[in-house]
Every structure is written in C-alpha cells, then in structure tokens.
Design a protein around this ligand. Structure first.
Ligand SMILES: Nc1ncnc2c1ncn2[C@@H]1O[C@H](COP(=O)(O)OP(=O)(O)OP(=O)(O)O)[C@@H](O)[C@H]1O
Ligand SMILES: [Mg+2]
Length: 340
C-alpha cells in the first residue's frame, strides 16, 4: 500500500525533468526487524541526460529502482512516495494496466538479476515477439529488425542470439540481451541496474560506449546504477551517492569528482586510482558496508566509519542540503578536512 500525503499531490512538474521522485520510503520487514532500505529519497532525472547512482553493496540502489518502477516485492513495501512521469502523473497511483503499458514502452529497464530474467523455455526471438504483442506493436517485423540492429551494435551475432535459449548464452551475452530488451521498444527513459557487471573490463567499456552513443542519438534519459564510481563517472552528467538507503551527496559529476564533500564520497573516489589520479595509493574504504545494525543507529548513518566524525553527529540525521549550485550534501562536517 502506498500512503500518499497531501504534499505529494502538489509536486511541481517541470518540463525538463523526465522523472521526479519524491519522498520514497521502502521498508523490508525481516525476522530481525524492519530495514528502512530507502529513506526519504528525492530524485530528479533530467531529460536527455545520464544520472549515475552509486553506493556500496546493500546501500539500497536496486530497491530504489524497483520502487520507481513500483516493482518492490515482499517482504518489501513502499511506505510512501511518488514517481511523477513527465506529463502523466504519479506512476505509483496508476492502475496496474497503465503501469504495465508504461514499463518497457516508456520506461525501459534492466533489473540487476537480468541475467536470469529471460524465459528459459522460449527463444530470445520469440520473447521479443511476446513483448511486442503485449504492447500492441503492429509492425513485429520492424521490431525484430530493431532488435537485430541493437544486438549487432552490442557486438553479438544477432541471428544466433534470436534463435537461442537463455542457457545457450553466456552471462555477458545475457546482459547485452537484457540491454537490448530495455531499448527495443524505444523507451525514452531507461534504468540500468548493474547492467554490465558480468562483462570483462574491455567488453564493459565498449558496451558503456554504445549506451552513451544511443543515449545521444535518441536523447534518452538514463539512470545508471553501479557500485563502481569508475564505471559511472565517465558516462554520467550527474551523480547520486547512496549510503544506507539515503542520498548523501548529489551534483554534477565534474563537481563531485573535483570537490567531493561527503567523507563517504571521498572514500569511494580514493579507492579507485583511475578516478583519484593517484595510481600508487588506492585506499580501500575502511569499515564494513551498511548492514541491519547500521540502519538502527541514531544520527548520521556513516558515523562508525567516518574519519571526521564529531560528537554532535549522533544527535540527529543530517539532511541533504544545498551547498553550491546543483550540489547537495548530507553531512554536519562539510568543509572539515579528513586528511589530518
Ligand atoms: N528481499 C529482501 N528481504 C529483506 N531485505 C532485503 C531484501 N532485498 C534487499 N534487502 C535489504 O535492503 C538493503 C538494500 O538492498 P539493495 O539490494 O537495494 O542494495 P543495493 O545497493 O542494490 O546492493 P548491491 O550493490 O549488492 O546490488 C540491504 O540491507 C538488503 O539486505
Ligand atoms: Mg543492487
């Protein structure tokens, strides 16, 4: 059940924003207790741009994407929030049929488990036809032609892939097939959740390059989810840093990389020599990624791992606050150097 507050009804729409997410809260009810896996998240995906969503394993990235698609399953529950699609209202309030029509056709997606999401009993080509029919596509030949173009572009033997069953494809091939499915109906908005992680480094770079080309050609709005800031940095204009279910820093990629303000963001950057520019001293992030206990902590959730923590940080939760043009940070210690 989604509980819509009165405020949600008054969310401003903006022509430049493809998807406007407001106040999303998702909770998993587990035997150990409730995990607020996504907490008070606001997110704007500007039209025709790539937004990177980054955070360690367990930070809530996939849960957020599932929530935006209204695809959270038990024991998870979307407790509040709205997902405003430009010109079409709140996706979370639409009928199931309306939502089904939008998924795939207007919003393409590769969920993280996409490697296994193909139907094992049907060839890829048949599944493209199934998808086309379920969206009332009349020109099914044209659809297959488009699928072949995409597969070829993604470096696959299109005819062979169309004739294959899931088990005949490698993990990397399945990921590329997943990307084809996300794009084949010409959705304007595309969510890619760890869509290239099964690929080796070189294939990953070439698939990401193709995604960037397609994004430019078709003016797509893309949300690219990864635990690897290196993967996302080259492609994204904007970055959202996720920690324990919350956005802790967001802004233009160039700004985040040159002037990261959250100690967690700084840690993520230092861990990747290619991004930090310091090849000799990759510093792995200290401490363990958030678990059940992290979420129960009062005050700042990064406290245990924070090199610049102060007593006051445990008193309340830092809110995401504007600190510069298009740059927001949730930290009480902005400006404090963590190198001392
Ligand atoms: N089905 C579930 N049941 C209970 N808890 C869950 C479930 N799915 C996710 N969680 C919890 O919610 C939190 C966020 O998980 P989520 O999968 O969204 O993170 P993520 O950032 O996508 O991680 P990864 O990088 O590993 O994909 C984690 O603490 C996780 O244990
Ligand atoms: Mg995930």
């Amino acid at each position: 059940m989604v509980n819509h507050s009165a405020a949600n009804a008054e969310i401003e729409t903006d022509e430049r924003i493809a998807i406007r997410v407001r106040n999303i809260n998702v909770v998993y009810a587990t035997p150990t207790g409730r995990i607020p896996a996504v907490r008070n998240v606001d997110l704007d995906l500007p039209k025709g741009s790539i937004t990177g969503i980054i955070g360690e394993s367990g930070s809530g990235k996939s849960t957020l994407i599932m929530a935006i698609m209204n695809a959270v399953t038990k024991p998870g529950n979307i407790e509040s929030g709205s997902v405003i699609l430009n010109g079409q209202g709140d996706l979370l309030k639409m009928s199931r049929e309306q939502q089904r029509k939008i998924r795939g056709k207007e919003i393409g997606f590769v969920f993280q488990a996409a490697q296994n999401s193909l139907n094992p009993l049907r060839r890829v080509g048949q599944q493209i036809l199934d998808l086309g029919r379920s969206h009332d596509i009349k020109d099914l030949r044209g659809l297959i032609r488009h699928a072949k173009q995409l597969l070829t572009r993604l470096g696959l033997d299109a005819d062979r892939v169309l004739a294959s069953y899931q088990h005949e494809l490698s993990g990397g091939m399945r990921q590329r097939v997943g990307i084809m499915f996300a794009l084949v109906l010409n959705a304007d908005v595309v969510f890619l959740d760890e869509a290239t992680t099964a690929l080796d480094m070189l294939s990953q770079a070439s698939v990401l390059e193709i995604i960037r080309e397609l994004q430019k050609e078709k003016h797509l709005t893309i949300a690219l989810v990864s635990h690897d800031i290196g993967v996302v940095a080259d492609l994204s204009e904007r970055i959202e840093i996720f920690y324990a279910g919350e956005i802790v820093e967001e802004g233009r990629t160039s700004k985040i990389l040159s002037d990261p303000e959250h100690p967690y963001t700084r840690g993520l950057i230092r861990a990747i020599p290619r991004i930090s520019g310091n090849i000799d001293s990759a510093e792995p992030l200290k401490g363990s990624s958030p678990d059940y206990k992290t979420y129960q902590q009062p005050g700042c959730l990064f406290y245990d791992r924070c090199p610049i923590r102060a007593e006051g940080c445990l008193k309340s939760r830092p809110e995401l606050a504007q600190i510069g043009r298009e740059h927001k940070v949730a930290c009480f210690r902005v400006g404090v150097d963590d190198r001392n």
